[in-house]
Structure formats: structure tokens, C-alpha cells
Design a protein around this ligand. Structure first.
Ligand SMILES: [Zn+2]
Length: 402
């Protein structure tokens, strides 16, 4: 694989003036957050969406819709439904809830992005055995994954294209192969973005429109094939797991692809506690997250720390802000404590960056240049303010390329 050449980092871009971002007066999310808008009180649309969710949605009626949907498909196909499964708290809860509440027979479909951590693997095994479910796991070609990670990092400042597209498209292929039209995802996107609003639709469909709108970063598998073909040898079929299947085939199957969170109010903290108590599901530490807090969040992937770091360099915030925003919105944390956590943990370099640079075969200078090209104004990163983060307990168990 030949690495693209990069412009050397201009000295004036190394040290940039600090820009104060406009933030939601309630939850602290900044103006660089995707889809954010502020009203005249300075409160963001995601906070307003939550008020609507809590007050105006008839959740008992939604639950009845869910029961009707399950009955409509029960016993008629190879499986009652497909449940895409990462092993994180949301998909584990979704599987737990549907099996325990409705006695459903699902096919669990797992797309292995290549970075699964030891605690996650243990959790998965325990969950599958405790619930008594059948599981299909798929792992794409690692050489292809590495090349498309580099390409999507360069083009979008987001290396997770293979993961976004694979997680959402592969289960749809499985739905067709196993003649199983009902697909249950977990968390509704209305919880964390305003791409889809609780107000817009009765129930948000997790379909090709959503896939193209914000899952695939605006890059189809065909686009990707064209982008990497000049320097990377591959079989066109290598990219098939990242394509959305033809919608006419899905329509013929009579598919419904929905989020459980459209039918029951989503509460990550309570749900994480429930799967801990009922299934023995375990949280984990995550690079550069406050120790002891949010141990149920994003434990699925050992390059999560790099993803968070890129977000910080591009947009001036990362998951510390997102998690404290959720807690502020729910009245679970004081503003001063949220600000302290953000100050202390957000500007750290993750140790997993070393492993990541090995995979992509690029230098840190090249990495910084790529990220600088995708910075979201008015934010400007200050590399001199970055301090080293701590390794997690399982760092030495992660796959090394060299
Ligand atoms: Zn807000």
C-alpha cells in the first residue's frame, strides 16, 4: 500500500489562537456538534428534543405498537427478527429486552470491526449463553479494512467508514439471506442528534435513506473502490460487506428495520445497570475517559480513544463533553463538576494512537496534517496543549501490526 504524500505542517497552523466556542446554556454541547442549533434562550435542539420526548410521547401506546409489530412477524420466517449486535450496552439491552419481554427467537448478527476488547468478548459469550440465542459473526478482510480506514480518515477525518457501513449494511444482507424481514436496532438516533427528530415521524426507520444521510459519511462502497484502486489491489467482492443491499430486494422481503428506542424510552444508565444485574455484563475503562465514570460507554473498540481524540482535534470536544451533556440534561451532575471533567480529560493523546499509526503505516505528523484538513470552524486545535493519556489495563493485549 502506498501512502499518500502530505503537505508539511505549516508552523502557523501548529500554534493557533484559542477560540471560545458557543455552547448550549443547559448541556454545554458546542456549536461544532453536528446538527446543533440554539434557540433564543441559548438552549440546543437536542435538549429541546428531550423535553418533547419526556412530555409528549405516549410511551404506553408505543409499547403496544411494539407488541403488535412482534406478533405480526412471530413464527413466520426463519427467525422472528434479526438483532445487529456489537456487545455494547445498547445492543445487549436490546437483545435482553426482546428475548425476556417477548420470548422472541432472534438471529443475532455481529459485524466484527477488528478491534474487539477482551471484556467485550467475555460479555458477549455470557450474554449469548444466558439468553440462549443463535449468533452469526462476520469479519471483513483486514487488509481491506486498513486501506479503507486510511482513505476515510484522509477524506473525512473519520477512519470508521468500514465500521459505520458494515454494522448497518451487513445485517440487511443477512435479513435477505435468512428470509427474515424484521430488524431491531437499539438506540434511536433522536437521542443524540437532530438528524431525525422525535417529532418528525411516528417511528424512525433505519433504512437506506438514513444509511446514505449520515452513516456512510457520503462515501458509497463504489466510491470507495474508485478511491483506492490506484494503489491497492482488491477483489471487487471485498467491498460487498459495506454496500447496502438493493432496496427492491428488501421491499420484496417486506422488511421493517426499526430501533427499539422508538418504542420504549431510552435510558442508558438504567439499562446498563439492568444488564449488569441480570446478565453479569461488565463495563470497562476507556482511554481518556474519567476513571470510574461512564464505564458502560463505548467499551467495544480499542481504537475508540483515537476516535475521541480526532473528534477533539476537529471539533474542540469529545465524549467527555457528550457524556456530561447527557448528565446535565438529566440533572445528574453539577455544571462545575462537568466543566472540571472536560478540562481534565479532553485534551489527552491516547496511547492507542501508536497502534493505530502502525496499522495505517503513517507518521504522527502525517496524522496531524490529515486531521487539520478536516477541522470544523471556528474551532482550531492547539497541539501544544495536548498531554499524554494513560493506557488501559488491556492495552498490551491489542493486536500489533509490527
Ligand atoms: Zn443542550
Amino acid at each position: 500500500m502506498s501512502v499518500p504524500t502530505f503537505e508539511p505542517l505549516a508552523p502557523e497552523r501548529r500554534k493557533l489562537p484559542i477560540v471560545e466556542l458557543v455552547r448550549c446554556t443547559r448541556c454545554g454541547l458546542p456549536e461544532t456538534y453536528e446538527t446543533i442549533e440554539f434557540d433564543s434562550a441559548g438552549v440546543c435542539n437536542i435538549c429541546r428534543q428531550k423535553e418533547f420526548r419526556d412530555v409528549e410521547i405516549d410511551w404506553p401506546a408505543r409499547k403496544k405498537m411494539l407488541a403488535d409489530l412482534v406478533e405480526q412477524y412471530r413464527g413466520k420466517h426463519e427467525y422472528d427478527c434479526i438483532i445487529p449486535f456489537s456487545g455494547g450496552k445498547d445492543s445487549t439491552f436490546t437483545l435482553y429486552y426482546l428475548v425476556r419481554e417477548f420470548g422472541i427467537k432472534p438471529l443475532v448478527v455481529q459485524f466484527n470491526h477488528g478491534f474487539m476488547r477482551p471484556t467485550l468478548l467475555k460479555n458477549n459469550e455470557r450474554t449469548f449463553r444466558q439468553l440462549g440465542v443463535e449468533v452469526l459473526s462476520f469479519t471483513p478482510n483486514w487488509k481491506v479494512v486498513k486501506r479503507v480506514m486510511l482513505e476515510s480518515l484522509i477524506r473525512k477525518g473519520d477512519f470508521c467508514w468500514h465500521c459505520h457501513t458494515g454494522i448497518y449494511s451487513y445485517p440487511m444482507h443477512v435479513a435477505l439471506k435468512y428470509n427474515t424481514p424484521l430488524i431491531f436496532w437499539g438506540e434511536p438516533s433522536s437521542e443524540y442528534t437532530a438528524y431525525y427528530d422525535y417529532r418528525d415521524d411516528a417511528v424512525e426507520e433505519v433504512d437506506e435513506t438514513r444509511f446514505n444521510r449520515f452513516i456512510n459519511l457520503g462515501i458509497t462502497a463504489e466510491d470507495m473502490a474508485g478511491m483506492i484502486s490506484h494503489d491497492f489491489k482488491f477483489d471487487p467482492r471485498d467491498l460487498a460487506p459495506f454496500t447496502y443491499p438493493p432496496v427492491r430486494d428488501l421491499r420484496r422481503l417486506g422488511y421493517r428495520s426499526v430501533s427499539l428506542g422508538s418504542y420504549i424510552p431510552w435510558d442508558v444508565r438504567t439499562q446498563a445497570q439492568l444488564i449488569q444485574d441480570e446478565l453479569g455484563w461488565q463495563g470497562d475503562e476507556v482511554e481518556n475517559m474519567p476513571p470510574g465514570l461512564y464505564r458502560y460507554e463505548k467499551i467495544e473498540c480499542y481504537v475508540q480513544g483515537v476516535r475521541d481524540y480526532i473528534k477533539y482535534l476537529k471539533r474542540g470536544y469529545n465524549r467527555v463533553t457528550q457524556m456530561t451533556a447527557l448528565d446535565l440534561r438529566n440533572g445528574r451532575i453539577e455544571k462545575a463538576e462537568a466543566d472540571r471533567l472536560v478540562r481534565e480529560f479532553e485534551n489527552k493523546r491516547p496511547p492507542s494512537l501508536d497502534i493505530f499509526l502502525e496499522y495505517l503505516d503513517i507518521t504522527e505528523e502525517e496524522f496531524n496534517n490529515i486531521v487539520l484538513n478536516t477541522v470544523v470552524p471556528p474551532f482550531q486545535p492547539d497541539f501544544d496543549a495536548i498531554t499524554p493519556g494513560k493506557k488501559t489495563w488491556d492495552f498490551d493485549m491489542w493486536y500489533r501490526e509490527k
